[in-house]
Design a protein. Structure first.
Lengths: 211, 211
DNA sequence: AACCTCTTACATACCATTGGTATGTATAGG
DNA sequence: CCTATACATACCAATGGTATGTAAGAGGTT
């Protein structure tokens, strides 16, 4: 394929194909040649024109996935009629785990065979973007009296680690039959802060992530 | 070096050097040649005589580290004079994180640059060996009345995820100054089960894992 | 419109390193 | 002396990455 008038299209194509292969086969097991072959009409030179290394492609994939997530948060964030505790619950219910978690679940057998992705996932949790979205909501809840805590930050972190690590089928969550019990425990744990994260409807929704 | 009378020594040497390099430089950035060079007096042939692949070396390293941990648990496990809640607290206090967590902390900048290790770490958590040690203790606590819960398994998992993921400086734990607050939160969270994991002494001990 | 020029979006050819294997060799133990 | 084994050596295909080549397009000049 000769020169493309809109090189960003080529960039996006490489990104998409790479993301697919990285998820399907794992980062380590995907070679540049695999990406070239899957693209079909491009060469290695094209890839190394748009990206400086394989690692760089992965970083771009990671950024791309992360930016998808951000949007979802901001929507609920703006809703006025809810109090803090309600917003928190709605975020958890509507947006359990994240957008592309669902996509990944179906494709990759489990993230432990894909350490690079696992690390990325946890790194994004650690870097606290999600935290920075939730903390203001908790603080709002504290102000309006719907949540009781002296430590909004740490409470947020606990909620994230429970949901996005313990419950998450991509990480520690394994057996879908345990989910109702786990949700009950989370509710128990957070009850002293007046937070009830899971209603029955959400629990049913969660049950659909069978593995 | 010609034939060694005790080949298991050679095996252990390869294991040790590999573990060191894997932790220091990361699995991906450690080549077989690096291991050969670090060993000094052995060849690639020696390595591939004792191990069938690089992955196999890593697995052996992982098993070796994991078996170190198991011993520590069993000791406290046997102590008779303590009730369940006390045993639980003692395990957490004495054996916070694990044996080689301390070793790794000083060496590796952070586990996210070492995805293979991170995955191993979490996989061991997921596989639940630690859980299987703790559940009987919780159950003992339920029997002797020192712990109150209907779900010993899930409660155990929550404790493990809080301590070994959230608090763990190798994973999500980052800022040592936050540790006292985090411990306080853990105590809060578990208070309805009558569990108090951290006393002041333990918190001070934890503060020493500066990064 | 024709010509020139410079940037850039790729393609091709090549390289060093890597994980792994096939084969060779010498030593310990029976 | 013989065999199994603990290594060493020589080699291989695949990989990530680079150096170089090439042609299409945009923009300016006449």
């Amino acid at each position: 394929m000769s020169r493309n008038k809109y090189p960003e299209q080529t960039f996006e194509r490489i990104l998409g194909v790479s993301a697919k292969l990285f998820i399907e086969k794992g980062y380590e097991n995907t070679s540049i040649q695999d990406i070239v072959t899957e693209l079909g009409d491009l060469s290695k030179g094209a890839i190394y024109h748009h990206f400086k290394s394989k690692e760089d492609i992965f970083d771009a994939v990671a950024r791309s996935m992360n930016s998808n997530n951000q949007q979802l948060f901001t929507e609920i964030y703006e809703e006025q009629k809810l109090n803090g505790a309600e917003k928190l619950q709605k975020i958890v219910c509507q947006n359990i785990f994240s957008d592309n978690t669902e996509n990944i679940i179906g494709i990759t057998p489990n993230l432990f065979d894909n350490p690079k992705f696992l690390a990325m996932y946890l790194k994004q949790i650690k870097e606290g973007e999600m935290t920075s979205y939730l903390v203001p909501i908790i603080e709002e809840g504290v102000k309006d009296g719907s949540i009781v805590t002296d430590n909004p930050l740490e409470l947020t972190e606990v909620i994230i680690v429970l949901i996005n690590v313990w419950l998450n089928p991509l990480i520690l969550g394994d057996n879908p039959r345990k989910i109702p019990t786990q949700c009950k425990i989370v509710n128990e744990l957070l009850s002293s802060y007046k937070i009830k994260l899971f209603d029955d409807e959400t629990i049913n929704k969660l049950l659909q992530y069978k593995k």
